[in-house]
Design a protein around this ligand. Sequence first.
Ligand SMILES: Nc1ncnc2c1ncn2[C@@H]1O[C@H](COP(=O)(O)OP(=O)(O)OP(=O)(O)O)[C@@H](O)[C@H]1O
Ligand SMILES: [Mg+2]
Length: 155
Amino acid sequence: MDDIKIITKDAKETICLGGKLAKLLKPGDIIGLFGELGSGKTTFVKGIASGLGLKKESVNSPTFVLMNIYQGKMPIYHFDLYRLEDKMQIEEIGYEDFLYAKGVSLVEWAEKAKDLMPKEYLRIYFRHKTINEREIRIVAKGKRYLILIKELNKK
Ligand SMILES: Nc1ncnc2c1ncn2[C@@H]1O[C@H](COP(=O)(O)OP(=O)(O)OP(=O)(O)O)[C@@H](O)[C@H]1O
Ligand SMILES: [Mg+2]
């Protein structure tokens, strides 16, 4: 199985799912978050951050700076590429240096990164079902992420 589909009923459940995944993450892991406005990407990042020992409140979408760094149990590189117009902009901030650094990279609006995303990473797709329900589909690309999904399935 290289994908999992989960429906969360409210923001708390999405945070909880992020927290579960956080426990399995290792330095160097890369996660791309896809989906429309308000579908829960940042909420999920809050869950990952709290799973790595940070307060949820420290996480906000880095809308104007493209990236925030939080220091949890390991560094978290939180990108939001919504406003990205030109690939040069993220190349300038050393995007790839972060992706391959000693932390986890979480990339909101990964669809905008296009070929800047690596070949192997965990893809997470968010969709509105109802006002408070979200469909979250987690897809593994690459061996490391297949293992991650297997571990998540056991939880
Ligand atoms: N099941 C749910 N999962 C996640 N968020 C939910 C859920 N139900 C309601 N919400 C609410 O929906 C909003 C999701 O916003 P969030 O900032 O996480 O979305 P986003 O995908 O990051 O949007 P953007 O593309 O603007 O960055 C929050 O206000 C959250 O409280
Ligand atoms: Mg967001």
